[in-house]
Design a protein around this ligand. Structure first.
Ligand SMILES: [Zn+2]
Length: 61
């Protein structure tokens, strides 16, 4: 599985969105606009799938 990450627009740091997918699911799923409470700057950010990337969590795919 992989964690869905975005970059905080304020700090540029990677922020975990709280969503976890495997790669095929992420390719196929429809994700609308989401809002997260950013763990980097503490503000809320809207994001869409094109803003996101997957980061392996090391637990094995
Ligand atoms: Zn932020």
């Amino acid at each position: 599985m992989a964690r869905v990450m975005i970059n905080c627009p304020e700090t540029g740091e990677s922020v975990y969105t709280g969503m976890t997918f495997d790669w095929p699911t992420f390719e196929n799923i429809k994700i609308g606009e989401r809002i997260i409470l950013c763990s980097s700057c503490g503000d809320e950010h809207k994001w869409k799938r094109r803003d996101a990337r997957l980061e392996e969590d090391g637990a094995g795919a």
